[in-house]
Design a protein around this ligand. Sequence first.
Ligand code: IDP
Ligand code: MG
Length: 139
Amino acid sequence: MITNRTFTMIKPDAVSDRHIGGITQMIEAAGFRIVASKLTKLSEERAGQFYEVHAARPFYNDLKTYMSSGAIVAMILEKDNAVADFRKLIGATNPANAEDGTIRKKYAKSLEANAIHGSDSDENAAIESNFFFSRTEQF
Ligand code: IDP
Ligand code: MG
């Protein structure tokens, strides 16, 4: 398994507020190389599949609606220690708890509309990358 890669999505609020450039700048400045990138949109069903792990949570239905409300940018990123370093770069799930210098501190609007996704393990990074990209789209 590739362990120096992670998967991210710039979420619908950040795309519609025109923060693709600002967020991508922070990602590259932090030393990540983009190895796949795609502007796309999730159906509510596909959003539900992506967040299947949260199916029992009270926020699951709202999350599906939000994540299918507009375009997203899916990316695969490469760097040593990619998963952990990227979680550090994006900051806490709730932007109220996100540290200065993190992407969520700068761009998240709320606990739900928190601008960006980051994989939480090498295993999920691979699963999530394959959810969006075929092998030939991953450089
Ligand atoms: P993460 O994105 O930091 O890994 P998770 O706990 O995996 O956080 O939750 C997935 C996404 O679901 C969050 O990024 C956020 O958009 C949304 N979310 C998480 N907890 C809540 C909540 O309590 N209320 C509303 N939305 C939530
Ligand atoms: Mg998560």
